[in-house]
Write a protein that binds this ligand. Structure first.
Ligand code: AMP
Length: 189
């Protein structure tokens, strides 16, 4: 199985590129942000809990997020592999993902780090907020999310370098150019 972690700051293009990877390689896509937004839309208890964190630009607690991830993963049938989009976001989540996959006889094949400069992230997210109306894409919450990214999520770069699965991708450029670099990294596994 091909298990890919797509990594990067908010606005780095993880969702957009994931859709193309899914199409080309026939993988399942797990976007934890999409899972949480669906729970909010359906008015579930989990959605109510998640909304407080999301609207404030904070991460959902690890224990809760790890349970959600495992149950979504186990609900997939006949999977050729999974692209993990927005998970892991903390060291605890990366440890948990490794353990979860190992228990199931699997592992992360590659971690793709989409790097985009901070001013470009801000521009993209503000534009996305105007177009999609996503509640957490407003300037104040974006700033908090970027702080959270640097303090809690960016340390995963070293974690995956040590794991040996890290690949850097320049996230600036055309969508096609970035996708071509991603395909090269996947085909070099
Ligand atoms: P995303 O769509 O990936 O940008 O996620 C939107 C929001 O959902 C984040 O700002 C977090 O509040 C929450 N979230 C998504 N994935 C995770 C995760 N792996 N751990 C904690 N919180 C998450």
């Amino acid at each position: 199985m091909l298990n890919i972690v797509i990594f990067g700051a908010p606005g780095s293009g993880k969702g957009t590129q994931s859709a193309r990877i899914v199409e080309k390689y026939g993988l399942n896509h797990i976007s934890t942000g999409d899972v949480l937004r669906a729970e909010i839309k359906n008015g579930t208890e989990l959605g109510k809990t998640a909304k407080g964190y999301i609207d404030n630009g904070q991460l959902i607690p690890d224990a809760l997020m790890i349970d959600i991830l495992a149950s979504v993963f186990d609900s997939l049938k006949d999977s050729k592999g999974v692209i993990f989009d927005g998970f892991p976001r903390t060291i605890a989540q990366a440890d948990a993902l490794k353990a979860m996959l190992k228990e199931r006889g699997q592992e992360v094949s590659v971690m793709l780090d989409l790097e985009v400069p901070e001013d470009e992230l801000m521009t993209r997210l503000i534009k996305r907020g105007q177009e999609s109306g996503r509640a957490d894409d407003n300037e104040e919450t974006i700033k908090k999310r970027l702080v959270v990214y640097h303090s809690q999520t960016a340390p995963l770069i070293d974690w995956y370098k040590k794991d040996g699965t890290y690949r850097h991708i320049n996230g600036l450029g055309t969508m096609d150019g970035i996708f071509a670099d991603i395909c090269k990294a996947i085909e070099n596994i």
